[in-house]
Write a protein that binds this ligand. Sequence first.
Ligand SMILES: [Zn+2]
Length: 341
Amino acid sequence: MNIIMERSNKTRSERAQLGRKKRNRLIIAVNLVLLGAITTTVILTYNMKQDKSGAELPKLAAVHSKEPQKVDAGVKKTNDGGPSDQKKSPNTVKPVGTEDSKQNQTNSGKTPNSGNNKAVISGENNKPQVLNADSNQKTKVVYLTFDDGPNEYTEQILNILKENEIHATFFMIGTQLRDNQSSIERLLKEGHYAGLHSMSHNYNKLYKNGGSSHFIDEFKQEQALLYKLTGFKATLIRAPYGSAPQIGYNFRTDIAHAGFKMWDWTVDSQDWSYTGKPDKVVQQVKRQIHRKQEIILMHEKKQTVQALPRIIAYLKQKGYSFAVYKPDHHIVANFGKDTRL
Ligand SMILES: [Zn+2]
């Protein structure tokens, strides 16, 4: 009985031992699982961090790769004619024929405000030569420009320029080229630049058809006609009524792609509006002259012919030298500050 009791006791204690062993194994197993879980967590966390930083890299790379676009976007912003350009730019509604119905399509129709439009550009972009970008420039340079010819005044303007031994830049209207071919030939022969000013000079035709296509077509047509008549291939254009605000960034892209350069001006003589008042034209110019480089907008008008000798004398007195547009020394001078043009 005792033996049985002992046995059963033994068995009980053995069982208890077995139970303890099992429990220990279980604890070890649990610990191992826990350890495994912790390790896995650590590894996973590490991997996730790695993934995260890995994911950030392409993002950064993407940002970097977008930088040139950012620069473009910045250019675009300033190029759309900043608010000042917009506000002060020529009023595009006024132009057609308010002063002189015969001049419907030939006067540039600058409003008195347009004189505030300045094609002055900061020197941030040092690639293209930009008007008034060099503040250390010692010499003062002025570009006289004459729009809306050739016509009956062209020869007189050429005479005055010749007397003064200076050169000027002309922006001519395509429909007037054929009738004034000899004047254009003289103009080119005497060292002036024959620039383009569209075929029609018609605001609605050039700007109101929802894009640049008609504008570009007219300038290409005029370029071809001038070339046919004189053998001279002009690349510099002046947009009728100025480039702001009617010519935006995409429009300018198309102009650049068509191979043209585009000039606006820094001084608006408003000569077209001063019929019979050459003194006023002189006054306007004097009032606005103060930069190292000036581009003066004038038109082939009677009052301009009358004012021109005094304007030239004033500029000489102020120490300006007179320059003519040179394609191989192009200067960026547009209201949009667009260095592509
Ligand atoms: Zn014009």
